[in-house]
Structures are given as C-alpha cells and as structure tokens.
Design a protein. Structure first.
Length: 159
C-alpha cells in the first residue's frame, strides 16, 4: 500500500484554491494501487487533502496532535469538517500531548513524514509561522530523506 502524507497551510488564498484542489485530485486519484492518506485533519490543506483522498478511494489515517485538538478550530464549519473526516478514518494515531502546542503540531507532522512514502506539501515556500508549521515539516521530511511534492500556485502569497 502506498502511504501519502500531507502538511499544509490552514489558509489557502482563493486565487490558489482551485489550483491546489485540482493538483491534489490529480495526484491522489492517479494511483491505481491501494493508498493510505495520513493527515492531522486541520482546517485548510489537511482537510482538503483528506476529503479528496477519501473520494479517490484511499484509507484515511488521522494523526491527532493533542487531547484538546478540537479547541483549536476557528469556526463550526472547520470543526464539523474535522469531525466528519475523523469519523471516516480507518485508523487514528494520537500523539501523547494533552494540549495543542507547537511541539504537539511538530510531533504530528514528524509522525506523518516518518510514516509516509511521499509527503505532499501545500506550501507557499515561506518559513513556518510557528514550530510545527508547514515549512518546518517540509524541512524535517527532506532531512529524513522523504520525497516531497510541493503544491502551490506560483505568484500567490498567503495572508
């Protein structure tokens, strides 16, 4: 089984969204063999990736950073998306953190990078805004020799 993980921004600008969505769909639905998708199910890129992976017939593994992870969602739609995707996961991995911290996010991202065959990064190429952000996980994945596929629309900057 091919294992594909994700790291990505919580906010995808509207002018990049269609490009990102279509690139994820092409990448994930292009696999003829069985596939496992690993995601923390955060708002934005993680939920988009997980939803498309499920549409493409992948098994979903939810990697949950902390016990209070649900408190970090900004609105009810994001939380509902998280809960819906989590309910469809075939496996759930919980990091040993009680509270959502940068260390918990980094641990979840590192787990995904360590346990996938390829990491997909929905990333604008800029440094992480906090430890465990997309830039940190991309650097970590490259450091452990994991192939990384970056998806972003050139010329678009994140807010």
């Amino acid at each position: 089984m091919k294992r594909i993980g994700v790291t990505g921004h919580r906010s995808i600008p509207p002018e990049a969204f269609v490009h990102v969505r279509d690139a994820l769909r092409t990448l994930l639905c292009g696999h003829m063999d069985s596939m496992e998708a690993l995601s923390s199910l955060a708002a934005g890129a993680d939920q988009l990736f997980a939803g498309i992976a499920l549409e493409c017939g992948a098994e979903l593994t939810a990697v949950i950073p902390s016990g209070d992870y649900e408190l970090g969602f900004d609105d009810e739609d994001e939380l509902a998306g998280y809960r819906w995707l989590r309910s469809r996961a075939t496996q759930e991995i919980r990091m040993g953190f009680t509270h959502s911290t940068d260390e918990a996010y980094f641990a979840a991202g590192a787990y995904i990078a360590d346990n996938c065959d390829r990491l997909v990064a929905v990333w604008d190429g800029r440094p992480a805004r906090g430890r465990g952000g997309t830039g940190d996980i991309v650097s970590y994945a490259i450091g452990v020799g994991r192939p990384v596929t970056v998806i972003w629309r050139e010329g678009v900057e994140r807010q």
